[in-house]
Design a protein around this ligand. Sequence first.
Ligand code: TRP
Ligand code: SF4
Length: 407
Amino acid sequence: MNASTVPRQHQRVLSGMRPTGRLHLGHYHGVLQNWIRLQHEYECFFFVADWHALTTHYEESGVISENVWDMVIDWLATGIDPGDATLFIQSRVYEHAELSLLLSMVTPLGWLERVPSYKDQQEKLRERDLATFGFLGYPVLQSADILIYRAGLVPVGEDQVAHVELTREIARRFNHIYGRESGFEEKAETAIAKMGKKYAKLYRKLRRRFQEQGDPEALETARALLDDQRNITLGDRERLFGYLEGGGRAILPEPQALLTEAAKMPGLDGQKMSKSYGNVIELREAPDGVREKLRTMPTDPARVRRKDPGDPGKCPVWQFHLVYSDAETRGWVDNGCRTAAIGCIDCKQRVIDAVLAEQAPIRERALEYESQPDLVRSIISDGCDHARDIARETMEAVRQVMGLAYR
Ligand code: TRP
Ligand code: SF4
């Protein structure tokens, strides 16, 4: 086996979403389709970040529960498969709170104050009082969410990359403070030998390539190799993770952000699709609502009358064609718009048909889940149980190295 054939699928993927209630097409094209793809390639954990919702909406905590279930149903209806991915709710795995507390001890205040979203969000959500401890500390909670599963990859949008960076810094600091042990190098060397000749040789080669040439791919491959080893202990695995980068034991391995391409899915007004802009089509929006919204959405302002030619580049409907239409239809739109051969109603009808076709199976599956609330709850309970098992394992190690394992 050469380095590039070490399977990547053994890396753990973790991502969370705040419970904002029913999701819209922007979530589907921006986030969920990505999750659905990832769940087949990796061991995936997707969770409802309900505590995160409280960091900004603590005054409206009553709506959270409904939002949680609506969102979970949307996940399931779009094809997130509980057979492939672990789905759970943050607040039901208390260990997140414990790790968050412990990480907060080693997180310098300045790091939190410098997180870009801290000031941005306070400006944006001026009507809320966000001068709270919970809001400032939210990136620590997010770090705990990620590190407690020792996730390697965190699919997030642009706005969350800084949080994953902070997570790496917190992990590094934690490992630096608590990962030291006497005789580290000898222990690491002994652990390498336990992998067997072939893998030991590969590990050494990758480690050298990372340390001498800074090759990030070598690091990633070596981590995947370690994830694959079945005959080394958790402690040895941590040592070997840490040894790769030179430090002590990596009790909390550093994750990487997996940047989700900015959604190409615009809202009805051409801005980003977002509930706060009031420009969304919900995943489960009733067909009449979909028709109405798309028929009344703005077009190129130059097309005042039917015979006026237009420019798709200036029309939000065109953005929908870029998501939904094939080359032939796009050609028909482009040509028809510029020569006024087609009217906006004809043009929009193609989008309406495509959106309705996309939604039909989703709506149907959502109805099934809605009619079986017990099923949805049991899927989540199973997910919480599985997540908790792993979270507990990590916490054992964390307590151990922090000197909290006296009982
Ligand atoms: N902070 C993320 C958001 O607002 C949600 C989130 C919480 C998350 N914990 C996470 C995302 C861990 C990825 C990993 O969208
Ligand atoms: Fe927009 Fe289509 Fe009308 Fe052109 S024909 S202005 S692309 S809706």
